[in-house]
Write a protein that binds this ligand. Sequence first.
Ligand code: SF4
Length: 305
Amino acid sequence: MPGPFPESIQRKIEERLRFYDDLGIRLFYRDRTASSASMDSIAPSPIVPVENVAVEEMELPKSAPKPVESKPATAKSATPTAIAPKATPAPVAPQVEEIVAKPAALLFQADDKVKDDTLLKVREDLGECTRCKLHKTRNQIVFGDGSSKARLVFVGEGPGADEDEQGLPFVGRAGKLLTQMIEAMGLQRKDVYICNVVKCRPPGNRAPEPDEVTPCSPFLLRQIDVMNPKVIVCLGAVAAKTLLNTTRGISQFRGQWLEWRGYKLMATYHPAFLLRNPPAKSEVWKDLQMVMAELGLALPRKKSS
Ligand code: SF4
């Protein structure tokens, strides 16, 4: 019985998979025929509407950024600074000062930690929040999900329709891909913490506005400080630009270690962007492997040819 594709196409697919093998990223391109239904969301897919990310902020990936010059890390500060990669020298790249705006303009100030804070206390203090206009259109607050002891925190931009309905972050199609990314790292969702810059869905899936981020940010900061994570991964241009207070494109600083309020921060593409642009998965996988190395997780072994 003939296969599903003509032989020439089949050959091209096999060549491409071998190429991914060589890069060590085949895990992101698993066979669509695999038994798990959840595999579908990680495979290349047609352009589809994705709820929880602002389309205008997305960018096509450019060439991988070069490492940034090392700066001595200080105690918790408001200004993110780049951290040099451990092994690879050769720093030629945008200075941090070029990436971020002046500290005075930051939406996320370096507030002192709340003593003996817990996620429960943060949630109680947030209450049925009406601090910004997003409360008028939300169904429910999407506080965050995962372990209060997580060493790895993912921060997205804001809830989408699925999240607004279920009250959990990253549960739509993009969320399923994020789950697969986490599993590809050898972790489970319960091992990490997932939250957003704002906790209520911006109408029409637009990007959160400053008068929404500002009142919401203290709660995000407290959540992060409760976890005191080793690494924060910023998902997507909106979250990265908002946290870092920069207008620069994410492709100019993704894949680099930045220092944000004393935490190591890696900005990478949003899973919703990957659904539209599957080739960018390889860039994200490289970023996640840097995160894995930082966390001491076993990296996937490259297959020998
Ligand atoms: Fe409150 Fe944040 Fe929701 Fe605005 S987005 S209403 S500040 S919880």
